[in-house]
Every structure is written in structure tokens, then in C-alpha cells.
Design a binder for this molecule. Sequence first.
Ligand code: 5AD
Ligand code: SF4
Length: 475
Amino acid sequence: MDVLAIGDKVHDEARQGEAFSPFANDPNRYSKHFYIESYGCAMNFADSEVIASILNNAGFGATRNVEEANLILLNTCSIREKAEQTVRKRLTEFRKLKERTPGLLIGMLGCMAERLKAQLLEEEKLVDIVVGPDAYRSLPGLIEEAETGQKAVNVLLSREETYSDIAPVRIDSNGISAFVSIMRGCNNMCSFCVVPFTRGRERSRDAYSILHEVTDLVEKGYKEVTLLGQNVDSYYWIDEQKDETVTFAVLLEKVALVSPELRVRFSTSHPKDITDEVLHTMARHENICKYIHLPVQSGSTRILQLMNRTYTREWYMAKVDRIRELLPECGISADIIAGFCTETEEDHQDTLSIMRYSGYDMSYMFFYSERPGTLAARRYTDDIPEDVKKRRLQEIVDLQGQLSRASNEKDLGKTFKVLVEGNSRKSDADWMGRTSQNKVLVFPKKSMDEQLKGTYVMVKVTDCTKTTLRGERSK
Ligand code: 5AD
Ligand code: SF4
């Protein structure tokens, strides 16, 4: 299961098992409490903040203590089978708690709720509420229904819902980085992907509400926003007041202009949609981070066609060239799938060679997992044996390790502006921050009571591993 904490990137599988719980400032203000865990992409974590807001208004405070909860919510992911298995396991753990806690309600939200719908109520006797990604406004009503002993379901997808008027509750964040959702759904129809079925049609959020949310975050002291969407480059909104078309490049610029002190990131880009205009906008603004997550999925044109990615190997390579030309300092990362239907050793070698060509700083790597209902499940046979998938994935992981190390070694001796996020995970004597390229840079504190969290510091890189840079303050 992909589980992610604020500040991490979309689809961070390294953080498995962690729970996210938006926690009410003053839980005693509420007579009822909800406990929420989020799995999957950053979009789900952003949604949980919207859900927290809706529930606060309905009289539920958040709690991190599951024993104290009247309502347990799992905001789930369906992207790979493993993601769903983790949630099922978690549900069985909550079974015991439900048996000894009269009145405790359990709700399943998000992509798995959408995919399995009412089937969940019969199958998983412990789920009382099932709510899809576009139906969170109906949660308070569904909870009331469930409180009377009925099973409550709303999995209607919408063509309009963007929750634009709901101010997310960011109680569990580090106070420095926040996700801002700019669009929902996806129209791409990659053949392996369940998202178009679980999150519905693509729609863009009102640009004014996005800017309002970002301005509010800056006023509250946040230093970094990540604009989120399944495919941010196809953001498209018409400002009828000004008769202006707001593309992603235009939106990015508007967000960058909110404050020069605010770092702006975005995820995820589709290689077919990211435009020169976006790259030029990134070049113009120092505070737009020089980092692009550009999922390649495969390096073989034949496989890319079967995946319905709508670009070729050469097109992708030309995009990488263009990024390097316009943004020489830009970090690039990718998502890669090993062992898609019919993949040959030659196709796999094409994936390894495009990785070398692109010189990814980092990748999220998966083996293909067939998802019911997707185009690939209907059209192709999942014919690559599991041991072959795993061996190919291991070769991809090993190569990425070499590329990440080489990328970090190139940074030795360079000085970076780092946004300090807090203590290093390994030692309280060190600070941890990120470069514009999204690399983690650790450096020593001058004293244990030094206050640097949320500030920018210039740090010279003196040492590295394949995952982390280490350095010394340059001033
Ligand atoms: N099997 C394996 N990986 C998948 N992804 C999406 N669907 C599947 C699947 N069925 C990966 C893609 C995508 C990332 C979010 O998850 O690489 O970019
Ligand atoms: Fe998982 Fe995709 Fe849904 Fe995100 S949008 S939770 S990655 S299935």
C-alpha cells in the first residue's frame, strides 16, 4: 500500500504502514471523534483534509487515539492489488475493536470504496459506510443513517465536484508544506490504470479558490505548496469575469506570484501534456522548484502503445532533452512498471536504457498488477510470470540505485538553498531539509536550541549516499 506523509511525494511506497490523522486543535470541543487513516497517493491525503473539515462542521473532532473514536475511516487506494490487501488486513484488525465497542462505526472511503461499492457491505461485514471520492459532502448524512443501524453508501461520481469551497483542515501537517488540490479525476485511460474508474472524469478547480487557499497558507506561515492532480498539465479553467483562459502554466505563475518566499511544487505531469510554456514559467520563477515527476512507465514504444500512453520512446526522450535544455538544474523522477502484458526481454532492456538516458534522480518502481475492469484486464493477458516480473523489477531498482548515487555525487561541492523541514530522521543533532530538486539534505545543528524549521539555509554538499545528501552551512 502506498502510504504517504505530508511533504513526501505522490506514490511514496517507502512510507508503508504509517497513518495520517488530522487532529483537531482542541479535541475536547467535540463530543464525538473520528479516526482516519489514509493510503495511496497524495490526492487521498489532500482529500482526508477536506473530510476532516466536513466532519468538524458536523460535530466530529479528529483523534489519533483509535480507542477514543466513534467513527473509524479508511481512505483507501486501489492502484495495485497489494494496496487493497493492506486495507483488508487493517479492517480485520479493527474487527476486534468493533466487537468490544458498541456503536463504533467503520467507514471505507476513496478509491477502493468506489471500485467495490456495495459489495463491500456484504463482503466485509464490518464496514458500515462506503463513500466514493466525489461524495464526501454526504458523509454527515450517511453517518446519521449508519447510526440508526442501516448500511450507508454513496459512490456517485460527479463531473463538477472539486470541493473548492471547503477549507481543508491541516491539523497534522508539519506547518511548512501543504498539498493543494487543483483538479480531480483523469481522462487519460492508461490501459493499466484503475484511476479513471475510481476517480471519474477530469475537472479543474476554480483558480480563485486555489489562489485563496495558497494565500491563506502563506498567511499561516507555510513555506511550500504542492499543486496536486492526476494530470496537472491538463488543468484548464475559464475565468469568465476576465475572459481569460487559465492553463496550468498560467496557474503556476499566479501561485508563484503569491509570495517569493513560498516554494511551489506540482505533481503529476504527463509527458504528452507538459508544455514549453510550463518549462519557461518554471525558469522565470526562482520559487517554482526545479523538479519534475515525469512517469515513463516503459521505455519500449510497443509497450507504451499497449499501455495507451500516447507517446513513443523518442517523444519521451525529446521531452527530457527539452527539460535539460530549458532547465539545466532540474531534477527528474519517474514511475516505472515492470512486466506489463507481453513485455519481452528486449522491451525490458528498452526500459533500462531510457532510465540511463534520462538519468533519473529517483523513481517509483512497480511490477504490473492487473486491476479488474481496466482496459488491459479486458484486452490483454497478464502473461509475464511473477518471478520474471520480480527479476525485471529488481534490475530496474538496482539501476535506479546507481543513477541516484551518480546524481548525488554530481552535487558534491555544490551549494543549495534548503527549506528546513525539521530534525533529521536519524539524529536530533541534525537538520533535514530539501533542495529545489527535492533531494533530502542533512546538515548539523549549531546548537540543540537552534530554531531553523521553516527557514531557508544555504548548505554546501560534502558527502552523500544514494538517498541522502550531507552538508555544512555555507554562511
Ligand atoms: N500495476 C502496477 N503499477 C501501476 N501503476 C498504476 N497502475 C498500476 C498497475 N495496475 C503505477 C504507475 C503509476 C503509479 C501511480 O502507479 O506507474 O504512474
Ligand atoms: Fe490510489 Fe490512484 Fe486512487 Fe490515488 S487515485 S488513491 S493512487 S487508486
